[in-house]
Design a protein around this ligand. Structure first.
Ligand SMILES: Cc1cc2nc3c(=O)[nH]c(=O)nc-3n(C[C@H](O)[C@H](O)[C@H](O)COP(=O)(O)O)c2cc1C
Length: 324
């Protein structure tokens, strides 16, 4: 049986950022946000010896495992792995424009192969977790609603319940993945229009949501929203999500956030890079004035793996700067 889960506020999959460690911090900061893993190629998921480190899900639910792939057998196996690791959802990436991903025949280039994408979703489906899709509006420089509609027409035949739309095209050559998140224009109207045609499918809007107030406003019209860079740049914004979006009590940044996080990462020291373990937390410095001395000290402690001292220093920072 699938669980009923809110996807009102989702934190987007981001390679290099939405690691198991970052997700732990996100979950400490927000109980209700729906989280995503980084995109993991199905081959790595199935064959990597390092699988536990890549997809560990220390009960940070609700959370989706995002995969990149287009081989039916691999997608079936990936779905079973997502179930075994207690994920709530498996999500297929049909939005990444990078050259490497195109070479592997997955990501945004699959928008040209709608029947294959439908088959992929069908292969991922089970009665235990949702099989969902994250896509763009289309490909190339020109927006074309018919193309988007025909793509969704085909995918909808799989019986899919949830589609995340990064509401801009992907341009497959000539610009970088980073530029692909800025140059192609956003068009939220296409998502609004397709929602009317398919009221049984939840469409989650993604792209350019750069403030919690904007997220809240958009929730009047969309089934859910997904934010990426806003959280990447400052995960501590998540401490306001349960209050602003879900109407719960205010949460301040306090020592327990730091303590809980360190409790999780301490046993992993020596098995994982200290930077990967600490980087989600280090954005606590975002917009904190005069924090240079702290940053320098933390750098030194990181070199020597002095984890206890880093924890003490971050707690001192919170108390001294009265971060709430
Ligand atoms: C550093 C970075 C890595 C990303 N990696 C992924 C990924 O692994 N899978 C994916 O579907 N999208 C990925 N994206 C795209 C985001 O999920 C999201 O669609 C995009 O950033 C637009 O949302 P935003 O305007 O709120 O940032 C990535 C974005 C960034 C900034």
């Amino acid at each position: 049986m699938k669980k009923e889960i809110s996807r009102k506020f989702c934190v987007a999959p981001m390679m290099g950022y939405t690691t198991p460690y970052a997700r732990k911090l996100y979950r400490i900061l927000s109980k209700n946000s729906f989280l995503f893993s980084e995109m993991i190629a199905t081959k790595s998921l199935i064959y990597s010896k390092n699988r536990n480190n890549i997809i560990d899900n220390d009960l940070n639910n609700p959370v989706a495992l995002q995969v990149g792939g287009s081989e039916i057998d691999e997608l079936k196996k990936s779905s079973q792995i997502a179930i075994n690791y207690n994920y709530d959802e498996i999500n297929l990436n049909v939005g990444c424009p990078s050259k490497a991903v195109q070479k592997g025949s997955f990501g945004a280039c699959l928008m040209q192969e709608k029947e294959l994408v439908r088959n992929c979703i069908e292969a991922m489906q089970s009665d235990k977790i949702e099989a969902t899709l994250k896509c763009r509006l289309g490909l190339g420089k020109n927006l074309n609603y018919e193309f988007f509609e025909e793509f969704i027409d085909e995918i909808s035949k799989s019986g899919i319940n949830i589609i995340y739309v990064h509401a801009r095209n992907a341009i497959l050559s000539g610009i970088s993945p980073q530029a692909n998140r800025m140059i192609p224009p956003l068009n939220y109207e296409y998502v609004k229009k397709i929602k009317i045609k398919y009221p049984q499918i939840k469409f989650i809007l993604n792209g350019g949501i750069d403030h919690l107030d904007k997220a809240k406003f958009l929730l009047n019209e969309y089934d859910g929203i997904m934010v990426g860079r806003l959280i990447k740049n400052n995960p501590f914004i998540l401490k306001d999500v349960d209050k602003k979006i879900f109407g719960e009590k205010n949460k301040s940044i306090d020592e327990t956030i730091i303590n809980n996080y360190f409790e999780y990462i301490k046993p992993k020291i020596g098995f994982e890079s200290i930077f990967r373990l600490l980087s989600p937390l280090l954005s606590i410095f975002f917009s904190v004035p005069h924090s240079k001395i702290y940053k320098a000290k933390i750098n030194d402690y990181m070199k020597d793996q002095k984890i206890g001292l880093i924890e003490d220093l971050l707690i001192k920072l919170i108390n001294e700067k009265k971060l709430t």
